[in-house]
Design a binder for this molecule. Sequence first.
Ligand SMILES: Nc1ncnc2c1ncn2[C@@H]1O[C@H](COP(=O)(O)OP(=O)(O)O)[C@@H](O)[C@H]1O
Ligand SMILES: O=C(CO)[C@@H](O)[C@H](O)COP(=O)(O)O
Length: 497
Amino acid sequence: MSTENNVFLGIDAGTQSLKLLAYDAGQKEILHVCAAPLELISRDDGSREQIAEWWLDALRQCMSELPAEIKARVRGIGVSGQQHGFVPLNKAGEVIAPVKLWCDTSTIAECEEITLRFGGVERCIDAVGNPILPGYTAPKVLWLKKHKPEAYAELAHILLPHDYLNFHLTGKIFTEYGDASGTGYLNILRREYDRDMLAAIDPDLDLLPLLPPLLEADATVPLGEQARQAFDLPAGVKVSTGGGDNMMAAFGTGSTKPGVLTLSLGTSGTVFAHSDKPAIDPHGDLAAFCSSSGGWLPLLCTMNCTVATELTRQSLGKSISECEQLLEASTAGANGLINLPFYNGERIPNLPHARASLHGMTDTNMTPANLYRAAMEGATYTLRRGLDAFDRAGQQFTAIRLTGGGAKSPHWRQMIADVFNLPVEIPAQQEGAAFGAAMQALWACEGQADDLPALIGEHLAVDETMGCVPIAENVATYATLYQQFQDLLGKQYPEIQ
Ligand SMILES: Nc1ncnc2c1ncn2[C@@H]1O[C@H](COP(=O)(O)OP(=O)(O)O)[C@@H](O)[C@H]1O
Ligand SMILES: O=C(CO)[C@@H](O)[C@H](O)COP(=O)(O)O
């Protein structure tokens, strides 16, 4: 089928903003990108929540900015969403509680309870593929039962953020394997909901009927009439299944075939690669997720990526460009300062109780430049542990595709190349998750399911001017510094060894 003039929309509901991207598949051109910021509710008990209606407000705002001539050419929409959030709906389809997000660490007790009932961490990993961690959806469901019993009594549907946006667009409740694999209750080996895990979450209620049906990755659902009218879109628009933001970034960076390592520098930091078979990490560092293209997507996620750089930047009262200058004015190792950046606990390493700490402070190194560099280095070293995990699994890579807001920083790009000792490539289409969602929509709506990597290869370009290669001298320095960071981590948190 011809893609001439056809436009595909990618919607990415990230933690800090919702973005809308319009891609002209015929001209291979991004026509429009806009974003609406999102607030975050943070409490000292580790709660990190958003109100689902905020995402709809943000979507309405972005849609209202999309020019009518582009809207008229829209054929498909793909939705990317921050993973793991629990959107509880009642029978009427109304959201009955604030959404606990991927970065919420208030459910440590619930994780322990579910893990114990299921038979221990090893059994969770062996049977289902993943341990039960505070970021995942499973403990959030038990948390609602324990902390908001009135809401739990009304619970009729358990959705994820991107499922909820799809529900708003289509009027239909469904999900897909990628995002569902981040719940903790999808058995990633059998690719079905795990009844034993559901019983471990709530032994008193059969949760299975509350879960959305799983659609295949290349399925589509018609845009609902209500959304079509509200957004002033043409008839015949289809919505693809979408997926978690990392699954969509896999489309947007080319990690839809083995051998391409993607690193995302967003609120969270992630390192992931496509796998044609289930990839279970016995250490539990790589989450055994499914992809949203029919395969699997082993992934390491840290909760403190631009969280670390942003908190430091804000406390220094500097702009992003001033912080770039601070990086210029500092050298590898931040003159001895080391930041263990666990501001609201951490997913990997699994330290939900941890708090950030600064080490090696002297009367000469406490400068804004060293503080900012140490935050960025700490966030980078925790991601470097992802490459170690892929090494242990026998997967090697020749380059890194970088995406997420932090990829805009030239100094961070060079730091990644030096710490990972791999060339860094920057996709020309920079909004990896939103572009990936548009690519999934193109793939599914135009019936081009046969050769996804070829389709991606046709549309995805690498920006040759923005890439960088490791600098030998820095690689050697950072190898020593990374080892120092690892040693300090082991000393501070012996439980992770
Ligand atoms: N040049 C830069 N240097 C460092 N961080 C940056 C730069 N540009 C953007 N960012 C950070 O990127 C983050 C947003 O990234 P994004 O991937 O959009 O996040 P999310 O998807 O989690 O909402 C913000 O915290 C922002 O400060
Ligand atoms: O929890 C994970 C991955 O397991 C996070 O990557 C979230 O999906 C949030 O993404 P961003 O808002 O940082 O893009």
